[in-house]
Ligand binder design. Structure first.
Ligand code: NAD
Length: 237
């Protein structure tokens, strides 16, 4: 079974749906209700309303998973925010909040699940970075810093948890058609982004979910500490 944070929308939701297609049971954790296709698709998706920046909510999520399943095979950390702004308009408090949700909460969620992952012979963690975490992007100081941190955190966690047969990998999506991307980009930025993608289109959330679920599953059993870029070639231009 898998736990997916940010499971109510976008890449997290598509990941829940793909897990269900593959026969997994899923706990979707999100601030927002999962009242979506993910749940309609199957009763294999259970929902926990949780704020990943809240320690008590994370504890509740681990307890729920333990009570229902007594194990976890994969944890996917897709909850995230993106508030784009130039450096001068990004206050240190806004910068901290982005790091809190995208980076610190990724660490806190994985840390909380380590014992359960290790208990049953190991498991898999998939974190979500971004091409913005791999190189500079327009107006993304806080977001890029948080996502670069996720890449570094992934290799560190992989290194440290390998002895317990816990693999930790990261997916760095390029521009993907989700509410987050639509909120964060004005029409001019969208045009520039499409020009910068060699495949000249956005990713569908399902295309990211396909890679996430592959890294979560046993088919990728010898892959750990890696960041896989899924971006239509955006980062090679
Ligand atoms: P989305 O807005 O569709 O989904 C994000 C989900 O995270 C939402 O359901 C939201 O409620 C949840 N969330 C936010 N803060 C939370 C919190 N504190 N606690 C619990 N849940 C919280 O966005 P998305 O595009 O699917 O993004 C998913 C991940 O993919 C993010 O980490 C994002 O940075 C990353 N990403 C997205 C893109 C893109 O173009 N869409 C590109 C690269 C990386």
């Amino acid at each position: 079974m898998a736990v997916v944070t940010g499971g109510a929308s976008g890449i997290g939701q598509a990941t829940c749906e793909r897990f269900v297609d593959l026969g997994w049971q899923v706990v979707a954790a999100d601030l927002a209700p999962v009242g979506s296709r993910a749940r309609a698709a199957s009763d294999a998706v259970l929902e926990v309303q949780a704020d990943v920046t809240d320690a008590a909510d994370i504890t509740r999520l681990v307890e729920f998973t333990t009570e229902r399943f007594g194990r976890v095979d994969a944890v996917v950390t897709s909850a995230g925010i993106a508030r784009n702004a130039p450096v001068r308009d990004t206050t240190p408090d806004e910068f901290r909040r982005t790091l809190e949700v995208n980076l610190v909460a990724t660490f806190a969620v994985v840390r909380a699940f380590v014992d359960l992952l290790a208990a049953d012979g190991g498991g898999s963690v998939v974190t979500i970075s971004s091409v913005s975490g791999l190189r500079g992007s327009q107006d993304r100081a806080a977001y890029s810093a948080s996502k670069g941190g996720v890449v570094a955190l992934t290799s560190q966690l992989a290194f440290e948890l390998a002895d317990e047969a816990i693999r930790v990998n990261c997916v760095a999506p390029g521009s993907t058609l989700t509410p987050l991307a639509q909120k964060a980009q004005d029409p001019q930025a969208k045009k520039a982004i499409l020009q910068s993608i060699p495949l000249h289109r956005y990713a569908q959330p399902a295309e990211i979910a396909e890679v996430v679920t592959f890294l979560a599953g046993q088919g990728s059993g010898f892959v750990t500490g890696q960041t896989w870029t899924v971006d239509g070639g955006q980062s090679i231009g």
